[in-house]
Design a protein around this ligand. Structure first.
Ligand code: GUN
Length: 287
């Protein structure tokens, strides 16, 4: 039977550390790290994510604010709002919840958040730094996965790591972080031939494809560590991951559940990046 990697518990531990560091920061500097989240439109899933981010900020002692803008907001209006936050010294991190409505260019928005306030690590400069391995801001979901592996004493060095999914948010940076940790990394995707043959090679299998229960037991090697980044809703309304837990769990040595695996770690890493941004701002002001 696989070890269940308890993301909720590990996230609570890391958030406790961040709360303690935040208390020291506030004592020393007289203000709190500040994160502002912008949400455009009324996508229900995004609203839940944003609410969770705000609550997590409050729990660790950050100053957090959510700016809600209507669906018909123009790109210029959103850029003007971002610009006001860029100029606001009390705001250390800016996050625009994705997706934005179709009439707004996601690329233009992500470019407008300067690298030092880019707590998502989506700006091309921060993405480039991830590639090189010299980075301050970690892409939140992949960093959360690395933190889970660290807590479970699973070292990717020399292991066959297979990442299924090549998104800019998860798959590509995930592969980079595993590579920096000396894993032998393969990225598989929707055009990959013989997917099962490749996933069966994995000592560490990370799945981020957004397809409910896509990876089944026959696609997994005995003893593999399986990390499920997916969050899907089944026809019966229940949440499930990209991994078919029932058939994969008996083969895995360790596995993340959905919910309660990777999910809680993503916001935790956002908190970590916001604290880093606040500390950097203080350093820059001291210079
Ligand atoms: N929408 C879904 N995931 C994310 C994320 O990590 N960051 C942002 N900004 N939007 C998202």
């Amino acid at each position: 039977m696989a070890v269940l990697i308890d993301g909720k518990k590990i996230a609570a531990e890391v958030r406790g550390e961040i709360a303690a560091e935040t208390a020291v920061f506030k004592d020393k500097h007289g203000f709190a790290p500040g994160l502002t989240v912008i949400i455009v439109g009324e996508d229900p899933a995004s609203q839940v994510y944003v609410r969770n981010k705000k609550r997590a900020c409050e729990e660790v002692g950050f100053a957090s604010r959510v700016i809600e803008m209507p669906e018909q907001t123009t790109e210029a209006e959103l850029l003007a709002q971002i610009d006001a936050l860029v100029k606001d010294d009390a705001v250390h991190g800016i996050l625009v919840q994705l997706p934005v409505p179709k009439h707004i260019s996601e690329e233009a928005i992500l470019r407008a958040i300067p690298p030092h306030k880019d707590v998502d690590a989506f700006h091309t400069e921060n993405v480039g730094k991830i590639m090189i391995g010299d980075f301050e801001y970690l892409p939140c979901t992949p960093a959360g996965v690395m933190e889970l592996l660290r807590h479970e004493n699973i070292d990717p060095a020399g292991k066959e790591c297979v990442v299924v999914g090549r998104s800019n948010i998860v798959g590509k940076p995930m592969a980079m972080l595993l590579l920096h940790a000396n894993g032998t990394v393969t990225i598989a995707h929707s055009r990959t031939k013989n997917l099962a043959e490749i996933t069966r090679r994995a000592d560490i299998l990370v799945v981020a494809v957004g397809r409910a229960e896509f990876i089944t037991g026959d696609m997994v090697k005995d003893g593999a560590v399986v990390i499920d980044v997916g969050m899907n809703r089944k026809a019966d309304g229940k949440l499930c991951g990209d991994v078919d837990f029932a058939s994969v769990e008996p083969k895995a040595s360790a596995i993340t559940p959905v919910p309660g695996g990777v999910g809680p770690m993503t916001i935790t890493m956002l908190l970590r990046n916001t604290l880093t941004a606040a500390e950097s701002a203080v350093r820059a002001a001291d210079k």
